[in-house]
Ligand binder design. Structure first.
Ligand code: CMC
Length: 430
């Protein structure tokens, strides 16, 4: 029998709404008919209790610390798959067989170059531009160059846009960095893996051959896997909302990048490393934690807490492991900031303030240390997050386009402003 929820309104009238079940996770009350039936809206700033869409891509159980892509636990994907296999999984719903993987990798690697004229865009930016500022601009500008993938109603266009975005994002990000440095742009090399090619475009120069380090490649590939999707987070919801108006995929992903930039979202790994630098030494941890607990200080322990995880973020565990591997490989096992992070984590996990609020380390707590050890500057951290999240954004965008329930996103409001009044001529205004 169909489940129903009954809502009694202040006028005493009762309204029934269907209760929908997913394959796993909380049931939802379908309130689409509420306004039509009662003339009332629901109020839910920050979407604390609102499911905004149907999805079959990613599932999170925040209380248990579970993250699944298409049903597969992140811990298994991080160990058994590479990033492009995970991209295939997110886009098509299944892990690829070898032949499918070869075809997919071939397709992605053949779209890695940017239109040559796009390289001119970079010189329009100041040399000290934040790479995310450059990326918002350049990714949005893809729509000015690739007209054969702008028709959102054509499945082939959507497919090609997905390949282009996944393939070109490492090139776009690496060029933003090279431009900051004033070094020559490095063209992609398609015989390298996705992560190795990115490292070469970041750190290689035309003067000598770049030596690929497999441990660093694996670490970066894992960072990409862990950041590939995270259901309806702020930037993904931004991509969906932008796409709901029929905007082209490049414009939608540029909007996602803009949202990701904020320190409460993708900017947290950059902010976390800056926080560790500021604390400077293990002896200062106690004093810093005191500040965090003082509401008036507005200081937060960056890399801690999550809207959905009320347990250890499974990605943070994997990142911690990678951190050990990379620091060991590079002879940095006694790294000052890593020691500081471990001390901070230990104290926070035992402190009542964090325990009561269920604040645990999130993925950003360790990913900054790994990236810094690889030689990636802090200012590039969020760009790397954007690069990795692009597949999630595009998979969610594609899912939305074909969803029969999809409508333009148009929330309503609780209006608290002035009621209607008349304009007074300027000479009579007090
Ligand atoms: N440090 C200190 N206190 C915190 C923190 C923190 N990092 N996070 C939450 N709190 C406190 C907050 O002050 C509040 O306390 P009280 O109930 O006494 O007012 C309580 O915990 C609930 O916090 P909230 O801000 O209502 O929770 P939220 O779900 O809106 O915020 C968050 C989630 C991620 C924005 C927040 O935890 C935060 O700002 N963390 C630091 C930034 C960070 O690491 N962000 C990365 C998120 S993971 C990567 C991603 O998905 O983008």
């Amino acid at each position: 029998m169909e489940k129903k929820a009954t809502l009694t309104l202040p006028d005493g009238k009762k309204h029934e709404f269907p209760v929908l079940s997913g394959s796993v996770g909380p049931e939802v009350i379908d309130i689409r008919a509420l306004y039509g039936q009662s003339g009332m809206f629901t109020y839910d700033p920050g979407f604390m209790s609102t499911a905004s869409c149907n999805s079959t891509i990613t599932y999170i159980d925040g209380d248990k610390g579970i993250l699944l892509y298409r049903g597969y636990p992140i811990e298994q994907l991080a160990v058994h798959c590479d990033f492009l296999e995970v991209c295939f999984l997110l886009l098509y719903g299944e892990l690829p067989a070898q032949k499918e993987k070869d075809e997919f990798v071939g397709m992605v690697t053949r779209h890695t170059m940017l239109h040559e004229q796009m390289l001119d865009f970079y010189s329009g930016f100041r040399r000290d531009a934040h790479p995310m500022a450059t990326m918002v601009g350049v990714v949005g500008a893809l729509s000015a160059f690739y007209h054969d993938s702008l028709d959102i109603n054509d499945p082939r266009h959507r497919e090609v846009a997905a390949f282009r975005l996944i393939a070109k994002m490492p090139t776009i990000a690496a060029l933003a960095y090279k431009y900051n440095l004033g070094q020559p742009f490095m063209y992609p090399r398609n015989d390298l893996s996705y992560a190795a090619n990115f490292l070469r475009m970041m750190f290689g120069t035309p003067c000598e051959e770049y030596q690929v380090n497999d441990v660093l490649v694996r670490a970066l590939d894992r960072i990409f896997i862990l950041h590939a999707d995270h259901e309806q987070n702020a930037s993904t919801s931004t991509v969906r909302l932008s796409g709901s108006s029929g905007a082209n995929p490049f414009a939608c992903i540029a909007a996602g990048i803009a949202c990701l930039w904020g320190p409460a979202h993708g900017g947290a790994n950059e902010a976390c490393l800056q926080m560790l630098e500021q604390i400077g030494d293990v002896s200062k941890v106690g004093e810093f934690i005191k500040q965090v607990k003082d509401k008036n200080s507005h200081v937060r322990l960056m890399g801690f807490g999550h809207r959905v995880y009320k347990n250890y973020d499974p990605r943070a565990k994997l990142m911690r492991e990678t951190c050990h591997e990379v620091l060991g490989e590079l002879g940095l096992a006694n790294d000052r900031l890593f020691a500081l992070a471990i001390a901070l984590e230990k104290i926070a996990l035992e402190d009542d303030y964090f325990v009561e609020r269920k604040l645990y380390p999130n993925v950003d707590f360790y990913s900054g240390i790994v990236q810094r050890a690889i030689g990636i500057p802090t200012s590039m951290f969020t760009s790397i997050f954007a690069l990795a999240r692009t597949v999630g954004w595009i998979a969610q965008w594609k899912e939305m386009i074909v969803d029969p329930d999809q409508k333009i996103g148009r929330p309503r409001q609780l209006y608290q402003g002035k009621t209607q009044r008349d304009v007074v001529p300027i000479g009579k205004r007090g």
